[in-house]
Design a protein around this ligand. Structure first.
Ligand code: ASP
Ligand code: MG
Length: 422
């Protein structure tokens, strides 16, 4: 059996859903577990809805109505019959969503977020599953909240693999025997108390990998709007190349440094069971794409990861004393407390420098607390360039007209925090 994952871009409109069906038709004899994300930009809209509900930033009812209309528009293009059961099913789901935002918030923000934002995946899978059944691709819709079991870290649920494996095996396996295709949601899970959790933004890839692990799948395919894993993001670079084969090790390094093509958590469960991961184009399903699997081979071309909106924080003891293990551990504790993830760090005798995404609210609180003990300098509006398998020429090219504020090199990877020359 195989696990397929279709992201938001692949189901952003009715044509996208029809195309998913076309892809599935190419695998008539395969048992498939199909993982689907929320349609298009629905998750962003649901995030706005949560903010509006919680902080009264906007009119929540209006946002809910927009989300509703977007889904009905897609349905009208997929289900000609206005009394199709899907319409009642969606109506019921929207009533639930309406209930969630009707009263004043009673729980913490992250909890409310997960109960609301998770609905995007519920809606998309209901629509896709119903459409596939209509056109003769029989499948069973399953609720991932009863399969993927997590703790109650809302917005970043930690998966209980043992429990999840038992549930997935006993619930999905029998359905695959009857229906051949199971359709379920990416990104969402449930707690032992039956509350909904999410696995972190873009977490549907991770769901696919968890399910593949539990089902001992033959392989996983992530269907995307690019031909495979590229050596750079076409948003920033013009001459990108497709990578045909990538080791788990290189894949985990690249995603760790910020390559957004797959969620960083996706690799580990697959590596642990040696399940290959394919990244392929949903527009050209027969093309080879990229395969990520076990291997020693290093990439023979450099890969580039470019991040903008970076901030460089430099932390120094106020009395010119050394930065040592004890104050380092205090510093790390503060980063973790404020949920600020470190992209790069460097230590000198009396200064500790950290580069992170400029999440302004979080950084403000972090810096304020650091300033109670340390002298803190910071520089924003920076770029972080990472090159895996760099060559001297690539570095020359990338640093032209740039000022480098901090640089770190290992045998295979160079990272540079830079800004444009004035
Ligand atoms: N729909 C979720 C998001 O946009 C999960 C995903 O797409 O992987 O973050
Ligand atoms: Mg998405």
């Amino acid at each position: 059996m195989q696990v397929f994952k279709f992201g938001g871009a692949s189901v952003k409109d009715a044509d996208g859903v029809k195309n998913v069906a076309e892809v599935l038709k190419q695998f008539p004899h395969e048992k498939l577990c199909v993982v689907i994300s929320a349609m298009g930009k629905t998750t962003n809209a649901l995030e706005r809805l949560t903010k509006a509900f919680f902080y009264k930033t906007e009119n929540a009812e209006e946002i809910l109505e927009e989300i509703k209309q977007a889904h009905y528009t897609i349905c009208k293009n997929l289900f000609a019959n206005p009394s199709h059961a899907i319409y009642t099913d969606l109506e019921n789901t929207f009533v639930e969503l309406h209930w969630a935002i009707e009263d004043e918030p009673t729980h913490a923000y992250d909890f409310e977020y997960d109960q609301i934002v998770s609905i995007g995946e519920v809606l998309s899978t209901k629509i896709v599953s119903a459409y596939l059944n209509d056109i003769g691709i029989t499948n069973k819709w399953m609720d991932a909240r009863g399969l993927i079991q997590t703790d109650n870290t809302y917005r970043e649920g930690k998966v209980d693999f043992e429990l999840t494996e038992a549930l997935v095996k006993t619930q999905i396996e029998p359905q695959l025997i009857i229906h051949s295709i199971v359709v379920t949601q990416g990104f969402i899970g449930g707690t032992s108390e039956n509350f909904t959790t999410t696995l972190g933004r873009e977490g549907s890839d991770y769901t696919a990998s968890i399910l593949a692990y539990c089902l001992n799948a033959h392989n996983v395919t992530i269907w995307k709007d690019v031909p495979g894993v590229l050596n750079a993001d076409p948003k920033w670079f013009s001459h990108t190349k497709k990578i045909d084969e990538l080791s788990y090790h290189d894949a985990i390094e690249l995603t760790y440094y910020g390559a957004t093509v797959i969620h960083p958590k996706t690799i580990k469960p697959l590596q642990n069971k040696q399940i290959p991961l394919y990244v392929k184009s949903f527009l050209n399903p027969k093309a080879s794409g990229t395969v990520i699997k076990d291997g020693e081979n290093r990439l023979n071309i450099p890969s580039y990861i470019f991040k903008v909106n970076q901030v460089l924080i430099s932390i120094q003891p106020k009395d010119f004393s050394f930065i040592a293990e004890d104050n380092l551990s205090d510093i790390f504790e503060l980063f973790s407390k404020h949920g600020v993830k470190i992209n790069l760090m460097q230590l000198s005798a009396i200064s500790f420098s950290v580069c992170c995404d400029d999440d302004t609210e979080k950084i403000k609180l972090l810096v304020a607390e650091l300033q109670q003990t340390f002298k803190v300098l910071y520089n924003s509006n920076l770029e972080l360039m990472t090159v895996r398998y760099y060559t001297p020429e690539t570095i020359d090219l990338l640093t032209k007209n740039k000022v480098i504020l901090l640089e770190q090199k290992s045998r295979f990877t160079v990272q540079m925090v830079m800004k444009n020359e004035e």
